[in-house]
Each structure stands twice: as C-alpha cells, then as structure tokens.
Write a protein that binds this ligand. Sequence first.
Ligand code: PEP
Ligand code: MG
Length: 860
Amino acid sequence: MTAITLAAPLAGWAMPLSEVPDPAFAQGLVGTGMAIDPTVNELRSPCDGTVLSIHRARHACTVRTASGAEILLHLGVDTVGLNGEGFTAHVQDGQSVKTGDRLISFDMNLVGSRAQSLVSMMVVVNDGYTVDGQSVNREIAAGDAAMTVHGGSGADAGLPAAAPDSEEDGDGETGERAVVLPIASGLHARPAAALVAATKAYPGTVTIHCRDRRANAKSVVALMGLGTMLGDRLTVRAAGPGAQDMAESIAVLIEGGLGDPVVPGASAAAAAQVAPAATPIPAQPAAEEEVGPPFAPGEEVLLKGTIAVPGQAVGAVVRRFRSIVRVVEQGAGEQVEEPRLRRALEQVVANLTQSAQRMPEHAAIFQAHRELLDDPELLDGALADIRAGKSAEWSWQRTARLQADALAALADPRMAERAADLRDLEQQVLTALSGKGPDVGLAELPSGSIVLADEILPSDLAGVPAGRLAGIGMAHGGPTSHAVILAAALGVPTVVALGRQAERVPDGAPVVIDGNRGELLVFPPEDTLAATRTAVAARTARREENRLTSREDCRMADGTRIEVFANLGRVSDAPGAVVEGAEGCGLLRTEFLFLERQSAPTEDEQYQQYQQIADALEGRPLVIRTLDVGGDKPLSYLPLPKEENPVLGLRGVRVGLREPELLRAQIRAILRVKPAGVCRIMVPMIASPSELQAVRAMVDEERAKLGRAEPIELGAMIEVPAAALTADRIGAVADFLSIGTNDLTQYVLAMDRGNPHVAAQLDALHPGVLRLIRLAVMGAKTHDRVVAVCGGSASDPMAAPLLIGLGVTELSATPAVIADLKAFIRTLRMEDCRRVAEAALGTDSADEVRRLVAEAWPAL
Ligand code: PEP
Ligand code: MG
C-alpha cells in the first residue's frame, strides 16, 4: 500500500468536491478528490506519471501515477461542449510527465464566459484507492500539497482502464446491443460516470465498442478515452449472468442520455453518415481530432466565423478538406527515398511555375511558395530522417509539420499564414510522392459552388474559372491570408475561422454564405434560400444600375461634394477601381510590393509600379502610403526585434524612421512619378507632429537631391488615439489627414483586430471611436485640412452618413463597393447626417448606433 501526495494542479480557491456545481462530480460519481476555482490559465500535473488520455475536447486529462491511481483533471463544468475551443493541450497520450509539468492551458475569458463554471476537479477515478487530507476552503498555490492518495502497490497496479480481454468471461453467457449515442458531447465525464455507476455492481464484464476501439464500461477514464461523439454507433457487449439483459439495459440508459440532454435526430444523422471509401488514417493520431457526424438535411445549422470578403451567396457545398495521406514510417533506404523526395520536390516546383503562369498577377505568391520549398532547413531536416531509415513521405511530413508548428506558435498572424503555406506544400509534396498529378485545384467546379475547406490555399485558387466559385468558407485561416487576398480579387464572398464544425457539412449541402456577417447557414429552410437568392439578384441588379452613373462626381442630395476614392494594393487593382467609379486612390497599401520577397524592392522597381498605377488612374490623385510594416505585417528581410506586443511596438512610421534608407528610397520613387502633382504621400501610425516633421525633412531633402521644384502633399494617418486627440497639432504640419479606422478602432477598444474572439465587438461605429473621429475632424478644421477616412468603415454603407455628418469629406473604399456607395451618398442630406451623427455620439454601443442608422435609412 502506497500513499502519494498530489500537488495542486492550479492556483485558486480550493473547495470540497461537494460544492462543485455539477451533480455527477459533487456526488462523487466520477471519483473522489477536490476542486479548485482557478485564478491561473495553466493546468499542471499533480504528480509524476503517465498521461493516460487527453480528451478530444482538450478540457480534461487523466494522469496515472506509478502506483496505478488514475487522476482525472477536469477543467471547468460543461466545458466539453466547447469542443476544444479555448484549450491547448501540451502533452499527448502516453507521455511521461513530472509534477508541475504543463498539461493544458486555456483561455480563461473564453472558457469562463462560455462554460457553466471554471471550477475544476481533480479526482481519483479507479477502484482500490482512497483519498484524504484534501486541503480545501483556502487559497491554494499551484504545486502546494493538495491531497493524499492511498492504495495500489506498484507500477502495474490498477490498470482497469483497458477493456477486459474477452467478453466470454463469467459463466459463458454473452449479450450485445447496438445503440446510437444521442449525447451532444459524447461520453464525457458526467455520462461516463453514470454509465460506470450502472455497471459497477454487475458481476460480469461490460464493454462499449466504438469504431475499432473498446472500453471497459466500469472505467470513467476508459469511456472518456473512447473519444465518442454525437451520433456514434456504439455496441454494448456484456459477458456474465443475464448478459443480454445487461446489454439491453445499458443501451436503454445510453439512449436516455445518461443524465445529459438527448439530441433528437442523432440516429438519423448516424444513418446519413457515409463511410469513407478508403479509411484515411491520420499520420500522427494524437494531432488529429474528430469532430462529429455530418449534419443531416433538415438540421439547420448556423456556423459563425470571421468576415474576410463581404457579400452573400447561395450555393451547394464542395468539400475540399484535405484527405489524410497514409504515410508509412519505414523507408526503403536512403538510395531509394532521397531521389524520390528530390523528384517530388522538382515536380511541385514545376507545378508552382505553371500556376504562376496561369495567374501572373499573383505570381509573387507562388514565388513565395517556391522560396519556402528552397529553404535548406526543410530539405536537410527531411534528409536527416531519410538517412535514419524513414520513408520520404514520413520525413517530409514530419519536417514540414515541425516548421509549420514553429511558425504558427509565433503568435503572429502573418507567420500563422506562412504556416498555412507550409501545410499546403506538405500536401503538394505528399501528392507528388504518391505518384498522382497535381491537385486539379478548383478548376472543375460546377457553377454556384461554395467551397468549404480547412483552409483554401493559394494553389487551390489557381485557374478557377470565373463565375464557378460562389463563396468560400474556411474552418481555419485568417482574414489577411494570401488566399483571402486572391478571393477578394475574384470578388468571392469569404468567411474564415468557422471552426472544425465546418467539416460536418456534407458535399452538396445547400448553404448560404454571408460574408457581411461572417456566417455560414447550412441546410437553410427553402424560404431562406429563396429570399437570399432574391436579395443577391436584386443587389447585383442594383449594382449594375449604379455602375451606370458611378463615374460621375459624387454630390449629396443637397449638393455637398463628397469624394469617393479607392483603396488599392497593387497595379492590377487600379483599372477595375476606375471602372467602379473611383475618383482616385485614397490609400495605396505599398506593403504588398514589399511582402513575399526576399529583399526590398529597389527604388526603380517601386517607381515603375507607382507610375503604372498613376497611369491607370489617368490623372486622378494617388495617395501613396509609406511602408506600413511591423506588427501584423512583418518583413522577412527586415529583422525587427522580437516584441511582446508588436501591435504596440515597431510598426508604421516608427519602422520608417528607424530604417531611414528604406523610407528615403520609397520617397524618391514617389517623387519621380509624373505628372508631378498626381501623387501625395501619406504616413501611417503617426502619434505626434514630430514624426511627420521628420518625414517632411526627408521628403524635402530627397526633393532637393532630385531637383524637383514642385512640392508634394504630405498627409498623416490618424490611427493612434493620441493623433485623433491632437489633430489640431498634427493638422498644423500635415497637408491632409486620413483616418485609418481599422487601427484606430483596435487601439480605442483595446481589441486586437486579428483576434477572432473579439472580432464581433470590434466595430468602428462604437461611440468611443465616433467621438474621436469628431475630435480629429474638429482639430483638422482649425487648419482647414481635408479629413478622409480610408479604413474599413469607409466601405461600410452604414458608416457613410455618420462619417459625413461628422465632417469627413472623402471616403476611400474597397473598389467593389464604390458604385453602390456613391449612389447611396447621392440620396443623403447633410442635415440628416449631422442629426444622426450627433445622436450616435450619445449612445452606449455600436449596436445602438447601427439601430439609429437603420431607422434613419431603412433601405440600408
Ligand atoms: C487602417 O488602419 O484603417 C488602415 C487603413 O490601415 P491598414 O488597414 O492597412 O492597417
Ligand atoms: Mg492601419
């Protein structure tokens, strides 16, 4: 008999199990132990041992001590329903851990707001152990002695988690009954405990079988470890006296939900579940997780994601979830595997070259893929594994994944997108190794397709025929990824970060994708489908009509002139913007010229691009923003120090002033564009007049060196709250101001614009943002400066009357909305805009502001 003291796995308020707001735990049905209401976001191992299982929803973990005690650590109450959202596992099944090792970390805000409680349980779940000495009703620190476990005798003691070897034990009687699991979150702790309570007294054995796995129904850990999901077909097998009756009664209990609500229609969903043709198996099972059966017709589901490309579409789903290639670890020797890998890499390079030829305007993206493939670390890593006897597939996959994970872990959205590029390449090389030709991309799509994928990759979009692709939904992905840029160029409504539930949408399912709200509606009722089709058709017709007048000046109904410009990113965007009615370019995001390269573009390269854009705008004004890199837009060839919080660090003008040669080259390139008056220079992230003065000094020096007599207008972006508050000071040194509402909103609301968890509240119509915009306009007026808005809200029709009412006279929007925006502005009267804007400043939320606007302009 041994006794071990368990360390507190979390810091927080320690409490008796009976106080846990979950009857199964409170009544000791799951096991004996204690609970902690945590004040930290990391769960640590309470003992030395082995990780028996990490639940597929990553909210619970079981560690087995050397004495055989199985310690279930369960974070929060009703957290299984989060399906892993907000949890990160740091260990894998079977891994050895030491006391204090990090097991799971979690997002306290997200889990705390979505779960019933954060109170977390530590219980011993297997028989033969007792617990005492719980240190409860006090504040406990992680690592403090928390409770003592008695029992077990050695390493092999207490291994009941495994299923009994045979169901033919007992008196030879056996029974079996199939049942569909009707519990939303599968056999998690509570129903597992109820199942154990029902089988414990039975003298024979009971096992639950799911897919090719089975578990002892008398073990909570084993049942949780089955990884069951709603709609799974289970088989209950019993062996012993009255085995058939036992199997029947357990199946009936399961059908009744074991204390959890029963989800109606689970059996129908199971019936609709199609067995995959060739069961693909994950190469690294621990890294993969299953999500549930496909949604069934009649099951109307709304998936929420993040807006990437606005617009609505109705269509049928084409699934492009990456099938997992079966990867064999053992290779046929270095002489065979190395040439195979090299040939596959050559094949992929050739495919990338072809893709670049098919989509020349996006050649830089395919070039970036080629450069990733050329990375010597990637090849060296794979070759090292090949030399150790592994197959080319295994070696390539392992190395690519390691690098992708390392990039993704950098907590930098752009690096995470590079990780996505690497995963794309991982698949492309595995496909080439399998001997198959390159993926045909989406070239064969039927028209009206809505493609759903883990992540659409740039290579997928190569060669998509116009009009076939109606919408894109991605389970993962970020709104600024390469693929999203391409989707926007194709005008395809796109929603990203839908989560893994998107994988449950079956091929062919009718859906509505709403890129304006960031939503995907699966199996919508017929009337919703019809209404959306009508709305999309009406919108298209209206846009066509608005295009007829979009090239004319934009004047409000009372004659007030409002200029509507376009935001551009590259040369190829410019002609289309003119067609849409852009009166110039109010924001050229020059970063696009600098990203996806291995070195900065030369002054000449820049000059040529700027000149081409100026030419395409046919004399209309061109506002060129100086390089806005850093933060979410890092440059691989411009090493900036690693920062804790880069969004508050070196970015925008701060980088330009730190790297003056980079900025001067850009200034020179802009100064060379002809005719001389056409370009204006705009500086991002200005916080103080001195920064703009420093840039102006550079402009004047470079102008003198080039012998250019004509002055050039120099404007400041108002993106930092301090700049809005001191616009009267900045206006004294700037020729014009342009409000970047994307950044201004993130800084005013203290919400990261790249964080999907706050995306829904990140609204530029928040009265706090509007008040700052008013201050900025008032400050600029003291010097008679024009104030433009070039952030995302300039493209939001609901924002237009408010911005105009606050005194903004120029909007720079995404080209696709310009025709509609101008038509709407022509209907507005300044006095109405001022009245509603004034009222908006006195509200408490962006929602209230939107309601005011909707009341004033119901057609919106
Ligand atoms: C903005 O912040 O609103 C803006 C226009 O700049 P960017 O989105 O490029 O940061
Ligand atoms: Mg900005």
